[in-house]
Design a binder for this molecule. Structure first.
Ligand code: URP
Ligand code: ZN
Ligand code: ZN
Ligand code: ZN
Length: 479
């Protein structure tokens, strides 16, 4: 009854605490944590380096179909290969319902895209674009029961957006059957109106993307989403929060005791609207994402929320489009008006090293908070805890051994299929020296050592986040 593998002399960090110990692994799981463990069949001397749980990236887009010629650069193979090289061992990308289609068709399609290709364990969030009575009354409850326990709702994008009434219908299903509603909160009409005005004035360079989505657009969307969740009395999670005005809305909701959770992403602490360009050059297309990056003071508001517990999860929103070529940021090979630049930036591999470097080593967040934001709470929010997201006996042996060293990031270091990273030229202060997926080495510090098909599909339970406050709503008056 020896161990398959023992990690010796590790500084083990969880969301709760840090301790120096050995870690014993058998059959892909953590089976013992202690000092002076018996010898394993394999041994890794960690020599006092920090070991954290493998990351859970709960917001990334892989192989999601787009309107031609636009195409995501990463499929499940390249996207998840990139993930492990940056310390992420679980991903939850999106399975989008086609308008007029069923949720089941979306699930079936994405299983086909992932199977045999994924290099890390994976699950799918649904994207609900067409909440018909059949979806609300039959499909969604059945799929929540079957382990597809989260769904994203859009307030913007013509092809995806729901009306407030449709959002209420879906939140009511979440209240009855559980599951986590993720909301993309931006005011669609404001964006459309501003875009038309900007285009009429010939202002179509990438930098006007940020002008078309000022912070109030997100503040209003967040405010409205919070009100809808308060009306139904059901938790929501506001995704990719970019700025201080939305942060203030979330703070107010929390102070009232509402179960409003929130996500932010590396782009909102590291980029600003100036990265979309300060003149009309097309270079800024690389940083076009929605919501757009804001300003320095907004970055500070986001850091504050990361440090003090306002944010629940830190995700990449990896949405990879090549800069050059027919199918990416220059669709059809043309420099197009900002409205036609596909939204999103790559970041599945850099998510954890950036937060470790700038947050932990930069003295802005604790190591334990880093673990909480990148692994533990995403696992809790989406029903994967404690199999994923922590170092505990019985948990999957998904581990990252961290190496602290300074280097200048270059896209050539990365393992995605995208021709750029918005963070090129930045000095990073840490990178995984090793990543293990269920006890297997999948990144050795220099090479990807995993294989497509190694990743397993994860059926999920219901969210198990602690409520931000003790309040439990009374039965709403409309019931
Ligand atoms: O610009 C972004 N974030 N693109 C990805 C899609 C989304 O809304 O998350
Ligand atoms: Zn979104
Ligand atoms: Zn996204
Ligand atoms: Zn190599």
């Amino acid at each position: 009854q020896g161990f398959d593998l023992v990690l010796r002399d590790a500084v083990l960090a969880t969301a709760g605490d840090t301790c120096r110990a050995d870690l014993g692994i058998s059959d892909g799981r953590i089976v013992q944590i202690g000092q002076g463990l018996a010898k394993g069949l394999c041994e890794i001397d960690v020599a006092g380096r920090v070991v954290t749980p493998g990351g859970v990236d709960a917001h990334c887009h892989l192989d999601q179909p787009m309107a031609p010629p636009v195409k995501l650069a990463d499929d499940f193979h390249t996207g998840t290969r990139s993930a492990v090289c940056g310390g992420t061992t679980t991903v939850i990308p999106f399975a989008a319902q086609r308008k007029g289609g069923t949720l089941q068709a979306a699930i079936d399609d994405y299983h086909q895209r992932a199977e045999g290709r994924a290099c890390v364990d994976y699950a799918f969030h649904l994207i609900l674009t067409d909440p018909t009575p059949a979806v609300l009354n039959e499909e969604l409850p059945r799929l929540i029961e079957a382990g597809y326990t989260s769904f994203k709702l859009y307030m913007t994008y013509d092809a995806l957006k729901l009306s407030d009434g449709q959002i209420l219908d879906v939140l009511d299903v979440a209240r009855t059957h559980g599951g986590m509603a993720m909301i993309h909160a931006e005011n669609s009409d404001c964006i459309a109106w501003l875009t038309r005005r900007l285009e009429a004035a010939g202002r179509t360079a990438p930098r006007f993307h940020a002008v078309s989505r000022p912070t109030l657009v997100e503040r209003e969307g967040a405010h409205r989403a919070i009100a809808l969740s308060e009306l139904i009395d059901v938790p929501i999670l506001l995704v990719h929060i970019s700025g201080g005005e939305a942060v203030a809305q979330i703070r107010e909701a929390r102070a009232k005791g509402l179960n409003v959770y929130a996500e932010t992403c590396p782009q909102y602490i590291l980029l600003t609207a100036a990265d979309l360009g300060t003149d009309d050059s097309y270079f800024g297309a690389r940083c076009v994402c929605s919501p757009p990056p804001r300003d320095k003071s907004s970055q500070e508001d986001i850091w504050q929320g990361l440090a003090d517990g306002l944010f629940t999860v830190f995700s990449s929103d990896h949405s990879p489009f090549n800069l050059t070529g027919e199918d990416g940021k220059t669709p059809g090979g043309k420099e197009v008006a900002f409205r036609h630049i596909p939204n999103g930036i790559p970041g599945i591999e850099t998510r954890m090293p950036l937060l470790y470097s700038e947050g932990v080593l930069g003295g802005r967040i604790s190591l334990n908070r880093f673990v909480e934001l990148t692994a533990t709470q995403p696992a809790r929010a989406y029903g994967l805890y404690p199999k994923k997201g922590t170092l505990a006996i019985g948990s999957d042996a998904d581990l990252v051994i961290w190496e602290e060293r300074d280097f200048t990031l270059d896209n050539a270091h990365l393992h995605h299929a995208v021709d750029y990273t918005p963070y090129a030229g930045m000095t990073l202060r840490a990178w995984p020296a090793m990543t293990l997926l269920r006890g297997q080495i999948v990144w050795d510090g220099t090479h990807f050592a995993g294989a497509p098909g190694q990743g397993q599909f994860l059926p999920r339970g219901l969210p198990s986040l602690a409520p931000p406050s003790a309040r439990r709503g009374a039965q709403p008056a409309w019931r």
